[in-house]
Write a protein that binds this ligand. Structure first.
Ligand code: ATP
Ligand code: MG
Length: 230
């Protein structure tokens, strides 16, 4: 794997409101250095998920610019934007295919060796080995039920395979079993290495070792500093 440093992320006076809705951001400024680990906290509706949506360009901004490594994301191809960002979402969507296909979603060309490496890094190998057909086990309808924590680890394996410089983490609100919690913490620590990380956290403890915490309120960043200062 390449030794990386992550990419820079800049919101330059970004204004945005959802179609038909009131403005969420009115001139939001945010500069994140390559490799920085940033926690996003704040009340429900304060704009945290919208930061993620705009960075992935699910919507176009109505004012200002969003830059990745100095490049306006409105001017790069969807393909290269997608390659820059890996997401570990709150609720991981799984397809009714095999574990293998679910892990290499986003990197369909990945070899079995690469899939196993990613699974290992994401602490998935133990539970995969216990499935009736290992990597070939179908997920979903076909009787295999994965726990929330196992699905999170599949998402982490996907992100390892993708090897993107920017990582977006949306912490699960629901409690995971203790074993999953621990495995996920370890896997994420490894995944975050050498990348720029933006993490929406519902518990401050999740981001207590981050470089920086942003507190959102009503579409504004009302606090920005090291975790110890909050
Ligand atoms: P939570 O902690 O509940 O996830 P959040 O900080 O992620 O909250 P956002 O989802 O970014 O908040 O919401 C910011 C504002 O945009 C809120 O007023 C919300 O109602 C609105 N909003 C969010 N998503 C949409 C959408 N898809 N369509 C219309 N309005 C939306
Ligand atoms: Mg949200």
């Amino acid at each position: 794997t390449l030794v990386r440093n992550g990419a820079s992320v800049t919101f330059e006076g970004v204004s945005f409101g959802y179609p038909g809705g009131r403005p969420v951001f009115d001139g939001l400024h945010l500069v994140i250095a390559p490799g920085q680990r940033v926690g996003l906290v704040g009340r429900s509706g304060s704009g945290k998920s919208t930061v993620f949506a705009l960075l992935q360009r699910f919507y176009d901004v109505q004012g200002g610019r969003i830059l990745i490594d100095g490049q306006d994301i409105a001017r790069v191809t969807q393909e290269s934007l997608r390659a820059s960002i890996a997401v570990v979402p709150q609720d991981v969507s799984m397809f009714n295919r095999t574990i293998r296909e679910n892990i290499r979603y986003g990197r369909p060309d990945a070899t079995d060796e690469e899939v196993w490496q990613a699974a290992e890094a994401a602490r998935c190998t133990e539970f995969i080995a216990e499935l009736p057909a290992g990597l070939d086990t179908p997920v979903g309808d076909r009787g295999v039920k994965l726990s929330g924590g196992q699905r999170q680890r599949i998402a982490i394996a996907r992100a390892f395979l993708k090897d993107a410089p920017i990582l977006l983490l949306d912490e699960a609100t629901s409690a995971l079993d203790v074993e999953s919690e621990e495995a996920i913490r370890e896997a994420l620590a490894r995944l975050m290495t050498g990348r720029t990380v933006l993490a929406i956290a519902h518990r401050l403890s999740t981001v207590s070792n981050f470089d920086r915490i942003l507190v959102f309120r009503d579409g504004e960043i009302v606090q920005d500093g090291a975790p110890g200062h909050l």
